[in-house]
Design a protein around this ligand. Structure first.
Ligand code: TYM
Length: 327
């Protein structure tokens, strides 16, 4: 079984990324041959600083290992180190249509109202499809916000296969059953995000314990008093999901535990403490790994070599079937 996922080195990673991304990566690496890539090529599709990109690429690699990826088991690499990713994006743009890309809600959300919308923001899902298809991935662990992009990757694989002959495996998305979409603590009707969420409502994985506690203490709750999930209770539902992720208890167990009338204040404090307990060892490992940049770069070079060798037969087949003359 082949597993592939990618994560962007933009800004600091947060609890939503932990839920839909990191924790699923560490769990799925047990199931087969796993590849995880820091998708730096994706991160130039929004305004950014070159030096910040360099720094956050290494930060994110350290975070991937700190949250449980084992370099002996998983191939962890930087997307731009494996040239086939950029090539695949161009080649697959022949089978992805303008109409398909225009329907992507993330493009509409991120591009809306901006003076300058980079062309890359529009073609971004084709780059992502290439990331996945090059590895002949069976499964792609992601959060709910990437569902539409994954569906597009499947459509692109099918179009390519029917036009040029069977070349790509059609991948399946793997979504968490709880926490596929973690919401902003201040505005629980929108997803947690460092680029579009509120600062106080976004729990960064590198936040100091007291900052984490404060963010939960000030989290927005709902009317009523009961601690239960429901469409009418987006704030409490989100906090129950977060507590479930942090402790491993199911949402039902959590609701039962708080059925005796504990107040929102106590509940929020408990969620904060559970998240501090989850993040403290991660943060410590992260700081240790980040301090040894030489070792980090060595691991990434080895990962890129392994990834490049893995995709070689597929990218070669793509050129060949599309009618390019071999060099
Ligand atoms: P990115 O970098 O925005 O997010 C990384 C992962 O975190 C998940 N995620 C969330 N999950 C739950 N709740 C949230 N609030 C939340 N916010 C983010 C995302 O779903 C994702 O799984 N386009 C992708 C990166 C990418 C990729 C790929 C993923 C590029 N190539 C190939 C899979 C396969 C992105 O921007 O993710």
């Amino acid at each position: 079984m082949r597993i592939l996922s990618g994560i962007q080195p933009t800004g600091d990673k947060h609890l939503g990324n932990y839920s839909g991304g990191f924790r699923q990566y560490a769990a799925t690496q047990e199931r087969g041959e796993a590849f995880f890539c820091v998708v730096d090529l994706h991160s130039i599709t929004a305004a950014y600083e070159p030096e910040a990109l360099r720094r956050s690429t290494l930060n994110l690699a350290a975070m991937l290992f700190a949250t449980g990826l084992d370099p002996a088991r998983s191939t962890v690499f930087v997307q731009s180190h494996v040239k086939a990713h950029a090539e695949a994006a161009w080649l697959l743009s022949a089978v992805a249509s303008f109409g398909q890309l225009g329907r992507m809600t993330q493009f509409k959300d991120k591009g809306d109202g901006k003076d300058f919308v980079p062309a890359g923001l529009f073609t971004y899902p084709v780059l992502m499809a290439g990331d996945i298809l090059l590895y002949q991935a069976d499964i792609v662990p992601i959060g709910d916000d990437q569902r539409q992009h994954l569906e597009l990757a499947r459509d692109i694989a099918q179009s390519f296969n029917s036009r040029f002959g069977e070349t790509f495996k059609v991948p399946e998305g793997v979504y968490p059953t709880v926490g596929a979409r973690i919401m902003d603590l201040q505005e629980p009707t929108r997803k947690m995000s460092t680029t579009s969420g509120t600062t106080q409502g976004t729990v960064r994985l590198v936040d100091e314990p007291d900052a984490v506690r404060k963010k939960f203490k000030t989290a927005v709750t709902d009317s009523g008093r009961e601690i239960r999930r429901g469409d009418d209770k987006p704030g409490i539902t989100n906090l129950i999901d977060i507590l479930s992720i942090a402790t491993g208890a199911t949402p039902e167990q959590i609701e039962a535990r708080y059925a005796d009338g504990a107040g929102y204040g106590q509940f929020k404090a408990d969620v904060g403490e559970a998240v501090v307990a989850l993040l403290t060892p991660i943060r410590e490992r992260y700081l240790e790994l980040r301090a040894d940049e030489g070792e980090l770069k060595r691991l990434l070079r080895a990962g890129a070599e392994q990834a490049a060798a893995t995709v070689e037969p597929t990218i070669r087949a793509v050129y060949d079937r599309m009618g390019f003359v071999a060099p």
